[in-house]
Design a binder for this molecule. Sequence first.
Ligand code: AMP
Ligand code: ZN
Length: 473
Amino acid sequence: MGLVLFNTLAREKQPFTTLEEGVVRMYNCGPTVYNRQHIGNFRAFLFADVLRRWLEYLGYEVRQVMNITDVGHLLDEDAGEGEDRIEAQARREQLDPFEISRGYADTFFSDLERLGVQPALVYPRATDHIDEMVEMIEGLLEKGYAYESHGDVYYDVTKFERYGRLSGNRLEDLEAGARIAVREEKRHAADFALWKSDPHHLMKWNTRFGPDGFPGWHIECSAMARKHLGDRLDIHTGGEDNVFPHHECEIAQSEAFTGQPFATFWLHTKFLQVDGGKMSKSLGNVYTLDDVEERGFSIRALRFALVRGHYRQPLNFTWQVLADAASALESLDDLVLRLRRAVEGQGAADDDAAGAALVDEARATFEEGMNDDLNVSRALPALFGLRTHVLEGALGRDAARAALEFVERANGVLGVVQLEPEDLDDDVEASIRAREEARARKDWAEADRIRDELLAAGIVLEDGPEGVTWRRK
Ligand code: AMP
Ligand code: ZN
């Protein structure tokens, strides 16, 4: 069975197809850089990373673009109201808004690196694409999908027949349910701003719409996707909150402008919950990577905790969940270590058909799980199952070699296992040598003392037939 993906637009799983053979054009809605991204945001970004890696595993060339929203995302985006998030933060920190966005974008990139995320082809910033946005807005005005009003430009949702198709919202309901009285500038409650004028806005551009304007959040993504990937995409992703209004509006803009379908597949990551509820500042449970490390967990364990479930299943984060992920990850590290030893080992048989069959079965299970809408929780038992076989001594040397190769490829997708032994600090290496010398002169007390000392430093020694190996606790 080939890859199937749950397409929000179709409300069902569909076989994956691409516009161009062997090439995937993928756009991921990226962060709004007005604060430090939290572990919930990273659930969405890690899904994009695993998806990209899985598509590469399948042999596709993936052109991945993730935007940086550095202007125009308002505090109350559902209503299209409120202050610009970046500017509000700039006021709080008494900094220039460009400094705010630059600073948090830098932190975002370094967080991605710490999480082992493979860099996208490009991370376009909204403020670098004002011309492209203006071009699209002008086109929408010419085609009658937009209107100018009080210096702003709005999208006229009643002109776009398919408005609501992605989210299931109906225009009548949106009008009736509008939380805020329809502003006189707008013709319909659901009309949204493509361009806003505001002389008090700090980040502003002089365009044919007026001297002091800035773009709406939705037009940014339509314009940046088109600029970097073309009129049509294979995949567009975001968190579940992006379905409406953001992605609904992107579709309306892009399709009205180009006259073509925008993205074939729309994928949405379910929100990460914390302690059974929403993450919120007032509850003090908005965790960053630093919080995770301060609690003594590795970022690798966090990555595993966030990617090991299915992205459309709810995930409730607790410290226990992270502890469980860390210990499951230890068994995977251990699997690699044992496979290495089996490959190098002297005793095992070279040619064993039964072992080879176990490896093939594990590979098939993994691929079936991943092909089923990136269901990592269906795919992972393949790896843990292999470990059981290794512990039982069921794999000969050739099978162990095939298993190791497979585990390395699988980890190329998950990005969690420690594949290469880390370089030991000189001090640790000296301790291991000193312990060997103590053992050679049968000074067991000293050898044990050194072993315990290393253990306290998080280094576990294991004595095997081929000498001493070690791993981090
Ligand atoms: P923002 O910086 O608010 O634009 O959000 C960046 C991305 O993170 C968007 O795709 C959101 O949908 C996603 N996101 C925000 N909060 C969560 C959460 N708790 N769980 C998963 N994804 C989230
Ligand atoms: Zn977006």
